[in-house]
Design a binder for this molecule. Sequence first.
Ligand SMILES: Cc1ncc(COP(=O)(O)O)c(C=O)c1O
Length: 455
Amino acid sequence: MNDTATPSGMGSLGHNSAGFPVDWSTDAIVERRNRYYAASQRAFVPYKTPLIFNHGQGQYLWDEKGNKYLDCLSQNLTISVGYNHPVMNQAVIEQLQAIQHATAMFYHPVPAHFAEELVATMPAGEEWVVHFTNSGAEAIDLALMMARTYTGNVDVISLHNSYHGATFGAQSVTGVSGFRHNVPLPGGVRFVPNPDQYRGDFGSGVDPYLMALDRTIQCETPGRLAGLILEPIQGYGGIVPLPVGYLSGAFDRIRAAGGVCIVDEVQAGFARTGENYWSFEYHDVMPDIVVMAKGIGNGLPLAAVVAKREVAESMAEKFLFHTYGGNPVACAAGRAVLRIIEEEGLQENARKVGAELLGVLQDLQKSHEIIGDVRGRGLMMAVELVRDRETREPAAEDLATLFEFTREEGLVMSKSGTYRNVLRMCPPLCIQMEDVDFFASALGKAFDRLAGTRA
Ligand SMILES: Cc1ncc(COP(=O)(O)O)c(C=O)c1O
């Protein structure tokens, strides 16, 4: 994508306006990061060569050399309402200047307002309460703790192919070996096959997966459960939407065994799926605990557990403190996110533009045999590459090649899925209809180039 916008301080060893030296030369950035980052943080590099962003505006990004990209990843789905949004900037700057932090042991109106406003987005008929944390994984840990405290049971059921975060607790319910470290993780977790309608263990349908859940409860647990945790659309697992009927059937079974139902809305929440504000609403179910993060703060570190009061109340006995939980600057950002989604009609935008983008992917599938599956809802989409549409053998190497081409064509996307053969697309909610043509032509070129390498 060509554009003449000038990134700040680009191409020079300069100083920012506060006088801090900032070296924007590519080599210096890479060298500093490689030298000073620990391997655990350094290891996650998607492209063959580093991609360095200098600034963003709306749904667009510019790298340090001035190249423009259409962002179809939203910094791992954190950028919900777009980069450099004036309402968000104003809310954050104002709060920063007033007081940058007030811990939850002191009272402050901003987190309290935000809790009220967040609760207002939840389905009516339940009394919801909020516990703010700093990251999704921390919120997952808390949700697991809450489920176990409330029920007095230990066993939690999670799904194959799920991702819930990097802490010990969140890894314990993460069902992809690539995200699980070789350390003793907390026990009491059983995994069941995820009802992936394209490549699930039992093919398409819901019943075999519910039967597998029954069997796991009967054979691998004491029959009493703390709960179930799932993503209604598995995110890092490769945008795998769970079929209608699964959540309701699973919730019944978990509740019959004394457990509570935890929904992880970290990727799919905050209007991203278009038809619904929360992706669980599509399934006509009522969770007991909902975990939110990422899009909640439009890039600021913020997350929350929203739970039925009765469930959350079980933890009143013992104090649980997150130093930054409910930070007023992050909560000011959270309030701005809710307002911008509402005022700019971003849920409807996600529905409409998402449908167009999905149409582009479906058209591409017609002319590119390598696309085995196209799926998604709203602004959460993916294509899955296969070597053969019959055998569905994953085409991970081709995906890696395609992925580099998408970058060269001006698109930022993500490689996902257990077999690393899924191209995941989740643009900011403010992506416009006018972006669809560029998306179609850039992705089309990337696929044509891939076809050229295979000819
Ligand atoms: C579905 C889901 N749950 C939980 C998390 C953990 O969130 P965080 O990285 O903020 O700890 C992630 C992060 O990618 C996620 O995708």
